[in-house]
Design a protein around this ligand. Structure first.
Ligand code: NAD
Length: 359
């Protein structure tokens, strides 16, 4: 290998724009099963790095590395803000979940997780099923969310946290947690969105719903007396609260000027397309509940579940998301900044106080 070749690779990894303070990055291969994975351990200041494993047909390893670095850093912040004694990490497997993933590949991944001696704990993410995690668990105990370790589907806990977050947001904006008579636009009626809609309906909210999957919409109209709108209209519906529970990047330069709601509080990951979109919401007087703060119920359930589960302590910690958001909103107001910047600050303060060397 010549010197130029070496320096190209060096800059591609160590000078990667997403390379923050990552502690350890493993490029994991297994010839027999075809596994190519990256395990990124971002920070273990607060405890072992917990974060899901994603199986995705990345176009190239550079995209996979970018995803692993970004997502693992996000998990450090999410776990810290949720008050968990856990650091942040993430794994990505470069494979098509339908055509290339296999039990052998997941087992090989499990062996790599085991080699990290518990500094990384894995769980389900996009493209991974409960059966896949059972295959991983054949080779390592550093896995959560399997039938032996978990409460099952994390979505109900995510939905509970989002509902608490919506009430905290309503209190901040309207001076009252009561949702009776409030109009709420829920975008995306999947695992989380449908359950949030159910809780909103039970609390007396009037629902506007949308999904690209027509049967889910029909069911919500029938069950909750909801009004259906086209998914492209969800953000600009005449509502008090907008609850994005579909895909990311829905808050952007095009949609923000059209939002009628005074609150955006939903489960979707990475709702802000760019950091400037957070400022744009603030300028329009729209309160934004930072996504990784409000949607932490799922990771709380994965982290704290006990086998065979009494889930009361999980529910309690998940309900506390409402209190965390109330603190974030108050401080953002005091410091005249945006809630997502305060969420980041609180997470960083927790890390700094656990490890004074970070100051
Ligand atoms: N499941 C969890 O515990 C959890 C935890 C944290 C964050 N999240 C995030 O919350 C969001 C929802 O998660 P989920 O588990 O309910 O996923 P899901 O796949 O069960 O549901 C997503 C729903 O959104 C719909 N949808 C897709 N594109 C849409 C569009 N353009 N407009 C309207 N609807 C659209 C889909 O048809 C589907 O019904 C995702 O962004 C996910 O990353 C989920």
């Amino acid at each position: 290998m010549n010197a130029l070749h070496t320096s190209v690779h060096h800059s591609a990894v160590f000078d990667h724009p997403e390379m923050g303070d990552h502690e350890n990055i493993v490029f994991a291969k297994d010839k027999d099963s075809g596994l190519s994975a990256i395990i990124a351990v971002h920070d273990t200041t607060l405890g072992p790095a917990l974060g899901g494993c994603r199986v995705w047909p990345y176009e190239n390893p550079a995209d996979a590395l970018t995803d692993a670095l970004r997502l693992s850093r996000g998990m450090t912040y999410k776990n810290a803000l949720a008050g968990l004694d856990l650091g942040g990490g993430k794994a990505v497997i470069m494979a098509c979940p339908r055509k290339e993933k296999s039990a052998e590949m997941m087992e090989a991944f499990g062996r790599h997780v085991e080699r990290l001696s518990g500094t990384y704990i894995t769980a389900e993410d996009v493209g991974v099923s409960p059966e896949d995690m059972e295959a991983v668990a054949l080779h390592t105990d550093h896995v959560r969310g399997t039938s032996a370790t978990g409460l099952g589907d994390p979505s109900p806990y995510t939905a509970l946290g989002v509902f608490e977050g919506i009430k905290a947001s309503a209190h901040h904006v309207f001076g009252n947690r009561d949702l009776d008579g409030k109009t709420v636009s829920v975008q995306g009626l999947g695992h989380v969105g449908y359950d949030v809609a159910r809780q909103l309906h039970a609390a007396g909210a009037k629902l506007i719903v949308s999904d690209i999957h027509a049967p889910a919409v029909a069911r919500a109209v029938e069950e909750f007396g909801a009004n259906a709108v086209d998914p492209s209209e969800a953000h600009r519906a005449a509502a008090d609260i907008f609850v994005p529970c579909a895909l990311g990047a829905g808050l952007n330069a095009r949609t923000i000027p059209q939002i009628q709601a005074r609150i955006v509080a939903g489960a979707a990951n990475n709702q802000l397309q760019t950091p400037a979109d957070g400022n744009a919401l603030k300028e329009r007087g729209i309160l934004y509940a930072p996504d990784y703060a409000i949607n932490a119920g799922g990771v709380i359930s994965i982290a704290l579940a006990e086998p065979g589960g009494n889930d009361e302590h999980v529910r309690e910690k998940t309900r506390a998301i409402g209190e965390t958001l109330a603190l974030i909103f108050e401080r953002a107001k005091r410091e005249e900044t945006t809630p997502e910047k305060i969420a980041d600050k609180i997470a960083e303060e927790k890390l700094a106080s656990a490890n004074p060397r970070r100051n």
